[in-house]
Design a protein. Sequence first.
Length: 630
Amino acid sequence: MKSLEIVLQRAGPGGRVPVAITSDKYTSHGDVTFLPPGSWRVDQPGDKPLPKDAPRERVGGLHPTLGRPRPLLIDFDRLRTWIQLCDEQHEICQYHEEPMNIPRFRLIDIKRKRILHVDRNKRPCFATLSYVWGTRQFLRLTKANVSDLEKEGCLGELELPPTISDAITVCEKLQISHLWVDSLCIIQDDESDMLEVIDKMDSIYSESILTIIAASGVDAYSGIPGVRPGARFLEQHPLEIRGVQLIDSVDKDQFRMQTSFQEPQWISGTPWARRAWTFQEALVSRKLLFFTSEQVYWSCREGLLSEDTTEYFRSNEIPGTNGRRLDSEFSPLEYQHIAVTFSTRRLTYEADIGRAYLGTQNYLDKKWGGHKFSWGLPHGAFGPFLMWEWSFASNRRLRKGTHPVRQLDGTIVKVPFPSWSWMAWTEGGRLLDFYGDEPNAHCPLFFVYDSATQLTAVSYGSSWSCQVKPLGDLLTNGADVRRAEVAEEDLPPELHSLPSIRHSALSFYTEVATVRYNSSTGFDDVPDDLHMRSYEYPFSIKVGQKFYRILEEHQTNSDENKGLEETDLVAVFSGQMTKPRKFRGEYRLYCWPVVKKGGVRVRASESSTIIFLSLWRDLPRLRWELVTML
C-alpha cells in the first residue's frame, strides 16, 4: 500500500468541511502520516461576523469550520433560518413574474383544513409537495368529493396518507399557510381539469415559495422522516483524536463530487429520483427542502445546506457562465443533460411521458426566451438532435397509448407518439447521446404543426452557433436546385382525413433509397458497421428487433432477389467526421429505415443507420420526394 485516503469532518461550534486527504507517507512499520489540509473554509474577514449557514467567500488558513449534531426530530427553527437566509441574500431565487392564470387552481388551506379554490388576483403564498404516489390507493380529489373537501375542517377528519399529512405539518412548522398537492388539488377523474393544470405545472412549482421533496418515500404512505418520532434512527457519535473533535457524517454521499448537470449522489439513489414526474418538479422549483431518510437538505439556485453542517456549498456551475445559470441562452449541452437524465426515470403508465416532461419543456421554453419544442426536441438544434440514440436493449418498442392535446377550440384530441422523437420509445436503458454534432451539418427543411395546427417550418434561429445547411445542396453538389418547402396541398391524405395526427407529423423533402435484405438472416448482436466506418458494402440496418446486413448483390434486379424484403432509407442528416484522422473531413449520412403506411412513414426501429456519403450515392432507386413521418 502506497497511500491511504480518508474523509475528515471537523466537529464543534461553527461548521465543518469535508476534505479528502491522501497520506503523505506509509511506512513499513504501518505508520500513516498526514500533513494538514491545504485550506479550510474560514469566516468572512472583517468585523461583522457571518451567521451560521451563510456562505464564506474565500478559503484559507487553518481556521476550521465545524459540524453539528443532527437531532432525530427535525429542528424547524434551523429550516426557517435557511429560508430567511435565501429570502434576504439571494436575488436570483426570488419570484419576479406575474402569476400564471390557472382557472381551476386549488390549494390546501393549512389552518382551515380544506381545499380552497383561488384565482390569480387573490393567490396566497404556497408551498408545493413532490413525492412518489406508489400503487396503493389513497384519498384523492374527484368529481364526487370535491364539494365535501371544500368544507372547513374536512381534511382534519379524513385519513390522509402520511406523506401528505407530514407535509401539512411541515407547512405548519414553517408558518406557510397553503400547500399544493397534485392528488388533492387536481380533480383526478376530470381530464379537462387535469390538462388545465398539468399544462402549467412548471408555473405552479416555480411560483411556490418552497418545494417539499419527500425523497425517501416509496409511496404516499411512507411519510416524511424526522417530522414525527421514530422515523429517523441514525445517531451520531462524537470522537476525539489527538484533541480534535470529530463527529459522524449522517450521509457520506454529500461529500461525493459531481460534474456540472450531474445529480448529486445523496439524492440520485432515492425512490423519488427514479420517477419521471418528479424530475420537472425539482427542475423548475426555486427553493427546495429534500427530506432524505436521515437528513434534510436545503437547495436553492445559490447553494446547498444540510442539517449536520453549517457549511454552505455552492451550487454546481455551468462552465463558461461566470457562475451564473443560462437563464436566457439556448444551451445544447444543458438540453442534452436534461433529456438523458429524464430518460432514466420511470413511469407507472408509459403514456404519461408527454405530460411528465411538459413542465420541463415549458421551463426551458421560458428560460431560453420563447424557444420552441416539438415532442421534446428543441427547434434551436432540431436536425442534429433528431439523431438521438438509445442504449441497445432487448424488446425496445414504440410506446403504447396516446398523448392528450388540448386544441385552441378547447377540444381534447388523443395523439399517437411520433416515432421520430426519443419520447416515443420505451423498455429500459437510457438515451446514450445525441449524435449529429459534426461540423458542416446539413439537414432537410423540417415542417411541423404548431398548437393551432398550422404547418410551420422549424427555425433554428440565431441562438445556436452551428449553422445548418440544406441537405439537398450536399447531395447534388449544388448541381441543381431541389424543392425544400412543404405546402399544405403536398401532404398525404391521412393528414386531411385524420386531423388529430397532424400533431405527430414531421414533413420534409429529402432523398430516399430503397434497399433489399434477407429477412431470414436477422441477428440480435449489435453490429460494428451500424455506424459505418468504411466506404463499401455491406452495412447494417435495424428493423423491429433484428439487425440485417445490406449486401451489394441483393440490390440488383435479378430473379434471385425478387423474394427479398425491401425497406426505404430516408436521409435525415449529414456532417463531416473529425476522427479518426484517416476519415477526417469525410461526410457521413444519417438515415432512418422506415415502414410505409399509406402516405406516411414510421421508423422501423429506434436505430439510425450511418453510412458514408459516397456509398449513399451508389444505392439503388434514389429519388427526391416528400416524406411525412409519424
